[in-house]
Design a protein around this ligand. Structure first.
Ligand code: FES
Ligand SMILES: [Fe+2]
Length: 347
């Protein structure tokens, strides 16, 4: 009899990324025209393309004939054509045509797994189903993304580290005044503090006790049944144009166990002419500063060993780090238990 190591399954699920979640996978502009776009999410290769009406499709990136990546093919009449032997598959994963073989039995067969896909704020989101949540719940977006008062830019970056370190980094405001001390706006405030953690309606807020509004001083996480994200503010001097602080909305995609992709919307609350002037200033001057800061995070996280989690010694400042890990572990436990119950019932 095989003994199931539930703890190991839970750890593996956390490490590879939770199922039953909407994840951002690409910028909207990356999915266009005749070229399908391949992405990787939770270790799975997916292909995205737009149908004739511009509607997004997402399938496993696997041709049902012999497994060539469909993303190497091309979009034809709203369907996707495999580059290897020309098999055509539609957005429902059904083989439409096998051009090399008349009346081939594959035609009409649903042969490729499909994923629910949507887009918002210049970004494509894909739902990765779980056993207990096969259908996608609502994708809950930060309120700034649906507000007329806010405007911003999406920036994405691939980091050579497990996504858990990217989330830990976001749940750790104390690194701002050290790691980013020489940056544009993160040099201010005290370098010593305590942290506090408060539960919110949908997640938690981790915050420095001694200062707010001087540096990267707090982060809030929202955890919904089908996705999670965080937000934080970066104080801005008047020289950075209208709109006071800059708000970062952060999402992280687990690409595979050793890579993640961060999706950050850099937002400001500005309307009218001020909005246009800020957008211009951002592109012309500020964006480079932000990339510089993001690179500092990337280099630091990529420098940490994979097993840092097992050798670390946390202290009071790591309240947010502990909380986000606890949330992931709890969700993974629920998923793994549901899967085990399902396979037991089937047996
Ligand atoms: S592998 Fe795709 S058509 Fe043969
Ligand atoms: Fe940082």
């Amino acid at each position: 009899m095989t003994v199931i190591d539930k703890k190991a399954l839970i750890e593996e699920r956390v490490n590879n990324g939770l199922l039953g979640q909407w994840y951002p996978v690409a910028k909207s502009v990356e999915v266009k025209g005749a070229r399908p776009h391949g992405v990787k999410a939770l270790g799975q290769k997916l292909v995205l393309w737009r149908g004739a009406d511009g509607k997004l499709n997402c399938l496993d990136d696997f041709c049902p004939h012999r497994g060539a990546p469909l993303s190497f093919g091309e979009v034809r009449d709203g369907n996707i054509g495999c580059r290897y032997h020309g098999v055509i598959v539609d957005g429902d994963g059904v083989v439409v045509r096998v051009p090399a073989m008349p009346e081939c039995a594959l035609e009409g067969r649903k042969a490729v797994k499909t994923y629910e896909v949507t887009e918002s704020n210049d970004c494509v989101f894909v739902y990765i189903p779980s056993a207990e949540q096969p259908k996608a719940p609502e994708l809950v977006l930060p309120k700034e993304m649906t507000s007329e008062e806010w405007t911003g830019f999406l920036c994405t970056a691939l980091w050579g580290t497990n996504y858990r370190y990217a989330l830990d980094n976001l749940a750790d405001p104390m690194h701002g005044c050290y790691l980013h001390a020489e940056s544009f706006t993160l040099a201010y405030g005290s370098k010593q503090d305590l942290m506090k953690l408060d539960k919110t309606e949908t997640g938690f807020r981790v915050e420095r006790v001694g200062q707010v509004g001087e540096n990267f001083d707090w982060t809030e996480f929202e955890v919904h049944s089908g996705n999670m994200f965080c937000f934080l503010d970066i104080p801005y001097p008047p020289a950075a144009g209208p709109g006071s602080f800059m708000r970062i909305l952060g999402f992280v995609l687990p690409v595979d166990a050793h890579h993640c992709k961060v999706f950050f919307w850099r937002m400001r609350k500005v309307t009218g002419l001020a909005r246009e002037s800020w957008r211009f200033l951002y592109r012309a001057r500020l964006e480079a500063n932000h990339w510089h800061v993001l690179e500092q995070d990337r280099v630091m996280l990529e420098g940490m060993p994979d097993d840092a989690r097992r050798r670390e010694m946390l202290y009071q400042h790591d309240l947010g780090v502990s909380r986000i890990r606890q949330i992931l572990t709890r969700a993974a436990k629920t998923q793994v238990e549901a899967e085990l119950a399902e396979s037991e019932a089937a047996a």
